[in-house]
Design a protein around this ligand. Structure first.
Ligand SMILES: Cc1cc2nc3c(=O)[nH]c(=O)nc-3n(C[C@H](O)[C@H](O)[C@H](O)COP(=O)(O)OP(=O)(O)OC[C@H]3O[C@@H](n4cnc5c(N)ncnc54)[C@H](O)[C@@H]3O)c2cc1C
Length: 508
């Protein structure tokens, strides 16, 4: 295929997920011609959205692309390419990172890299992100919660009876269970019907606060913003100096073309953004774009996560929306460790088809019984940044994901503590299963921001140190992963960067 230069815009945003969507949201009123390029299409609203067979057994929405793992084995990653990015299937947990997460924390296996900005800098943007996504929550019941300039936009989603009971039992043991911040449209007049799915399922009625409904669609109401779907960005093109980006090459309907612009915002998600930068290597930038520090594609992190099913044989769990409770008493270790352990939160309700992969030899009726009687948890610990945990390209241009896991002793300790705690609060059977490499749900860290061009790819506003008109704004910017869900932090920094760009568009 030969590339044609057939289109131009003032600003090209690559990816319509959280990062790209927030930047589009901030630039929407600017008058500049904004073009959002998205490889996927709109995720159809259809009966299968809420069908666990379709979602978990048939993998209806998962990409059919394959990557290689560290050993060179081919796998089909848990990647979802749609307008709205991974928020189309996300679990709606919208946490702020804790103040200390930005400072550098000592873990059992190493110390995290401090962020180039502190929590206080991001606080107003967290507040805006919560408003934009319509986050429900309750301030003040979580001792680790960072300082807030105001309350949540909406009150916390109420616990359903089984969860309310667990909440009280935890409280009676001196713990501090808290209401989980969640972006679903559940309040008087809201559209959420507590369908019984949510986490990992698309929302058939648009009641999930995702990047399509909350960012892209509102931005598209402005005549200067355009979305072009089915447009796979393959590489960025520089001018003769190698310093300025002049175009982006896309593949669409089997055709290759180039789109020119003055400003480029790369928001393709942590793995794909790194891959695009590496794939864009040219004679002036032989190691890839934005990569004079050698950090692009390195320091890949993805949280250490384990699912726990806590089973009470004599009671069924009919909860429709379980994601209302979280526990951070052990986030920094608590009385169980002098080093951080992590977060405990409820997962979406596990259903029988979701167990088929994990328990293939267990009879279907047994899996169904388990799913009916379990309360389902997500145990999360920080993954520490390591240079050789990375995204690479093979000689054929395929993505190889080499996830070098870290901090696993702390994670195992946290899983043990959580299992004991769940037994103590009334679940005699507690089963666990770790998540693996094929589930890069909380991918981050591969194009880190910082204050030093020698050790980071981006400045504190996510501008490439090497290219004045290239910003990378998605989860790749994280220098550390904390132990909380990433989307609200991506959103906060992307809103901050978007506002900064809006104020200085004339410079490009
Ligand atoms: C099942 C699941 C559950 C999750 N639950 C939660 C949760 O409850 N809370 C939370 O905080 N986080 C959750 N996450 C993580 C969260 O969704 C991500 O952290 C967040 O979406 C990252 O935003 P991003 O902008 O970095 O990337 P994305 O949202 O992934 O956006 C990247 C976009 O770029 C597009 N793209 C990729 N490559 C190209 C290319 N070459 N050309 C053009 N477009 C491209 C993609 O299609 C996508 O639209 C979950 C993720 C998954 C998979």
């Amino acid at each position: 295929m030969t590339a044609r230069a057939d289109e131009s815009a003032d600003v090209v945003i690559i990816g319509s997920g959280v990062g790209g969507g927030c930047v589009a949201h901030q630039l929407a009123g600017s008058g500049a011609r904004i073009l959002v390029l998205e490889r996927g299409e709109r995720l159809p609203r259809e009966a299968q959205n809420w069908d666990p067979e379709a979602v978990f057994v048939d993998n209806r929405y998962r990409t059919t692309d394959t990557w290689l793992d560290a050993a060179g084995n081919v796998f089909r990653p848990g990647q979802f390419y749609y307008v709205g990015g991974h928020t189309k299937v996300y679990g709606t947990a919208m946490f702020r990172f804790r103040e200390r997460d930005f400072d550098g924390i000592e873990h059992a296996e190493g110390t995290t890299v401090p962020w180039p900005i502190r929590y206080a800098e991001l606080e107003p943007w967290y507040a805006q992100a919560e408003r934009v996504f319509g986050v429900h929550g309750k301030a003040g019941d979580d001792p680790t919660e960072p300082a807030r300039s105001g309350d949540y936009p909406f009150p916390a989603i109420p616990h359903e009876p089984v969860i309310a009971e667990v909440f009280e039992r935890m409280r009676s043991r001196g713990l501090h269970p808290a209401h989980m911040p969640a972006a679903i449209d559940f309040h008087p007049g809201g559209t959420c019907v507590r369908c019984g799915t949510c986490d990992a399922f698309p929302c058939r009625i648009g009641a999930k606060g995702d990047a399509e409904t909350r960012l892209i669609d509102p931005a598209l109401k402005h005549p200067n913003v355009r979305l072009q779907t089915g447009s796979l960005v393959t590489r960025l093109i520089t001018d003769d100096s190698g310093k300025r980006i002049v175009g982006v090459e896309i593949e669409r309907d089997g055709q290759r073309s180039v789109i020119n612009a003055r400003l480029f915002v790369l928001s393709a998600g942590a793995i794909n953004s790194a891959a695009i930068l590496l794939r864009s290597a040219d004679p002036k930038n032989p190691a890839g774009l934005a990569n004079s520090s050698g950090t692009v594609g390195r320091y890949y992190m993805n949280h250490n996560c384990t699912a726990i099913m806590a089973v009470t044989p004599w009671r069924t769990n009919a909860t429709r929306y379980p994601k209302t409770l979280t526990l951070n008493d052990y986030y920094f270790g608590g009385d169980a460790s002098d080093r951080p352990l992590g977060n405990l939160q409820l997962l979406g309700k596990i259903q029988e088809p979701m167990l088929r992969g994990a328990l293939p030899n267990v009879p279907k009726w047994s899996r169904a019984w388990l799913a009916r009687h379990s309360v389902d948890w997500y145990v999360m610990s920080e993954d520490l940044a390591q240079a050789d945990s990375c995204v690479r390209l093979t000689s054929g241009g395929k993505i190889q994901l080499v996830w070098k896991r870290s901090n696993l002793r702390a994670h195992q300790h946290w899983v043990d503590v959580a299992k004991k705690l769940l037994k103590d609060v009334g679940f005699p059977i507690v089963l666990s299963k770790p998540f693996g490499t094929d589930t890069p749900s909380h991918q981050c860290g591969t194009v880190r921001f910082g204050t030093d061009p020698a050790t980071s790819a981006l400045d504190p506003y996510c501008r490439s140190w090497d290219h004045e008109n290239l910003y990378v704004v998605d989860a790749s910017l994280f220098p550390s992963s904390a132990a909380l869900n990433p989307a609200l932090t991506v959103a906060a920094q992307a809103l901050r960067v978007g506002a900064h760009l809006q104020a200085g568009l004339h410079r490009f």
